[in-house]
Ligand binder design. Structure first.
Ligand code: ZN
Length: 504
């Protein structure tokens, strides 16, 4: 009876945290979309207040009491309560292991360095940024020392950061995954570059006014199954998905008049994230389990909708008539094959966020390999630009002309985010693995051609969406497919797709 009471109180306590987080989430959507410039100071103050409230609740003596009371009973807990306990304990341990002075100093440093990075990038001045990067890395190394007990057996300190963003992932697993991927992708890129096949992308720059592009976004949502009764498509500088509760999952996009495909694929990407969160089980929607399992699994859903579905010939065959009814003059002579080819043109480029599906993973691999070197002490911050450029030359056959479009292009390191990049590649690999198993049960191209997206979503909901964050990524994948992450499907998917497209 006493345990029952503790569980009820624990859940009620977590629900209060969830309410604050949901409010925070809406505030953050507001500030990134329509909030007036003049309110910046008050918004920052308000966000700080809620953030501190949530943090204090997660590390309070009340929370400590719950965790201690539940610890000896872990095996008696039902699946949901056990998962809530696991997540709360992880947060608690992480937040209480570090001295408050270090947390504060780190928050101040990353706040400052993010703005230093912005300026340094604009001015192409790595020397202005590198002292900050050095301090961030030093502090990150201190954190790793304090968390040394979390290093997996036979592992290294950097493993801790990898696990932070994708529970269960290690250097060993990523090395294995990336080495195999490189063995397929690097030669494939060379073959594509040498191919005689030329892709016409000129019509992709046809001017499409923003009002029409908004209609295209809605059309995509309605066809693919993003429920706008529980969703909203806003506009922001950088597209994102903002989920507070399964009944209110919003996305944003950015429209460019002369590049309608940019927003089209951003929308498909964010729709993938949104459909995931709209379909978590009703039984966990109000709990701490009501969002995605991990960054990698979340990214698998966005990549699946963006690439597997959206960059598929069947998709263009299905959607073309409606697109032409919106733009009869502009696209009168454009065929589905032309759209398909333009959406998949592949060539080595310098900027990760603009990379095509084939070359994308190499951008991630380069960052991963450099991060590994940083935390094993093999490299000095001053040498990073040279190492970066050398890896771009080796893997992609191009050298950045400057550091702004080289080592300084991403915001992540300036915010202290190490161990995050590899999850971007995981997303694509999980998506290809899902595609493999989906195709065993039905032919996905046929469903897309007929517009039967609801069957695809239902399958994904059953395997992935409805479980929210009950399971770790490994458990979730293993439970759904009877095996853990297997990068071979991704390598084969790329090989098949690009060999066909470039007639190799
Ligand atoms: Zn994403």
């Amino acid at each position: 009876m006493q345990l029952e009471n503790t569980i009820q109180e624990f859940k009620a306590y977590l629900e209060r945290i969830i309410m604050y987080s949901q409010a925070m989430s809406i505030l953050s959507f507001d500030s990134e979309t329509i909030a007036p410039e003049g309110g910046l100071e008050n918004r920052a103050k308000r966000a700080g207040f809620f953030e501190l409230e949530i943090f204090n609740m997660a590390v309070s003596s009340t929370m400590k009491g719950f965790l201690e009371a539940l610890e000896p009973h872990q095996n008696e807990l039902d699946v949901h309560t056990k998962a809530m306990y696991r997540l709360a304990k992880k947060d608690y341990d992480e937040a209480t292991k570090l001295p408050p002075e270090l947390v504060k100093a780190y928050a101040e440093l990353t706040e400052e360095s993010a703005s230093v990075w912005r300026k340094a990038r604009t001015e192409n001045n790595y020397k202005a940024f590198s002292p900050y990067l050095k301090r961030i890395i030093d502090m990150k190394k201190q954190v790793l020392t304090l968390r040394a007990s979390e290093i997996p057996e036979g592992g290294q300190p950097y493993d801790i950061f990898l696990d932070d963003f994708e529970e269960g992932m290690t250097i060993k697993k990523y090395d294995d995954f990336f080495e195999k991927l490189k063995a397929t992708v690097i030669p494939l890129i060379k073959k594509v570059a040498a191919s005689k096949k030329k892709i016409d992308t000129s019509f992709a720059n046809t001017k499409v006014d923003i009002a029409t592009q908004r209609k295209i976004s809605e059309l995509l949502a309605n066809h693919v199954g993003y429920d706008l009764n529980r969703g909203y498509i806003g506009e922001a500088m950088h597209p994102f998905c903002n989920g507070s509760h399964k009944t209110d999952i919003r996305i944003t996009t950015h429209y460019y008049e002369n590049d309608f495909m940019s927003s089209l694929y951003s929308v498909m990407h964010e729709i993938g994230h949104a459909i995931y969160e709209q379909n978590v089980g009703d039984d966990i929607a109000d709990t701490t389990l009501g969002d995605g399992a991990s960054s990698g699994i979340h990214e698998s859903q966005s990549r699946l909708y963006e690439n597997v579905i959206g960059r598929n010939l069947a998709f263009w065959e299905y959607i073309i008539d409606e697109l032409k009814s919106l733009l009869p003059k502009e696209f009168a002579s454009v065929t589905p094959q032309m759209f398909y080819e333009a959406a998949n043109e592949s060539k080595p480029s310098l900027i990760r966020v603009e990379a095509d599906e084939l070359t994308y993973s190499l951008h991630v691999i380069i960052r991963y390999e450099i991060e590994k070197m940083i935390f094993s002490g093999e490299v000095d911050v001053d040498d990073l630009p040279a190492i970066w450029n050398q890896k771009y030359q080796e893997y992609l056959g191009i050298t950045p002309p400057d550091d702004a479009d080289g080592v300084m292009q991403d915001v992540h390191w300036s915010e202290g985010l190490f161990g995050y990049f590899p999850t971007y590649a995981l997303g694509s690999a999980y998506a290809a693995q899902m595609l493999h198993y989906m195709n065993k049960e039905f032919n996905i191209d046929e469903l897309i051609l007929k517009g039967e997206f609801s069957k695809i979503t239902a399958w994904l909901t059953d395997k992935i969406h409805k479980h929210g964050s009950i399971y770790t990524p490994n458990q979730l994948i293993e439970q759904a497919f009877g095996e853990q992450l297997n990068g071979e499907y991704y390598a084969k998917y790329l090989e098949d797709k690009f060999s066909k497209l470039y007639q190799l």
